[in-house]
Design a protein around this ligand. Structure first.
Ligand code: ADP
Length: 162
């Protein structure tokens, strides 16, 4: 039974993230979505909210997808889940640059982990959580990009609210 960890800020989870999870489920039995604290990106958004929205948005996958918060070093967290596989999504070459640097750093901490970089479908290649927050913040419609539960959350609370 092979498990892969999909770490990220998921601030909020989008259909681009879901696409990567669907693809990862073709390669692995189980995906653990590990929601990080992202303090440098959006300190105002609470982890518990992001976790809750991920759970709602991914409920359709049942037990094959688990959502958890984490604040350990990624390599330690992955080991604690008794696996050594990490998946990340790729949209553009600039994503690749960023991911490659992250992988290289993590390899210095634990050279035995393996990283799978999955290109997203073209449909989601220009989609980012920060753009979604920006559009939602200005009162725009984000329902094309996120699960209805996420869209409803932003309609109710505005971006960044718990
Ligand atoms: P981080 O802050 O760690 O980059 P994100 O939640 O922004 O966390 O992204 C988590 C992962 O999902 C990253 O590998 C990122 O490249 C990927 N990702 C983000 N948006 C998309 C998308 N639209 N399509 C595919 N992958 C995506």
């Amino acid at each position: 039974m092979a498990t892969v960890v999909y770490p990220g800020s998921f601030n909020p989870i989008t259909y681009g993230h879901r696409d990567i999870i669907e693809r990862a489920l073709r390669l692995f039995d189980k995906v653990i979505v590990a929601v990080g604290t992202a303090a440098d990106k959006d300190p105002a958004t609470y982890l518990a909210t992001r976790i809750g929205l991920c759970r709602k948005a991914l409920a359709e996958f049942g037990e094959r997808v688990e959502v958890e918060g984490f604040n350990l070093l990624l390599v330690e967290y992955v080991r604690s889940k008794n696996t050594r596989f990490v998946v990340r999504g790729l949209r553009t070459m600039s994503d690749f640059d960023y991911e490659y640097q992250m992988i290289a750093m993590n390899q210095t901490l634990d050279s035995d982990l393996e990283y799978v970089l999955l290109p997203t479908s073209r449909q989601w290649s220009i989609l980012s959580s920060s753009r979604v927050r920006e559009i939602a913040g200005l009162g725009g419609d984000i329902s094309e990009f996120v699960h209805p539960a996420v869209a409803a959350h932003y309609r109710e609370h505005g971006p960044g609210a718990p």
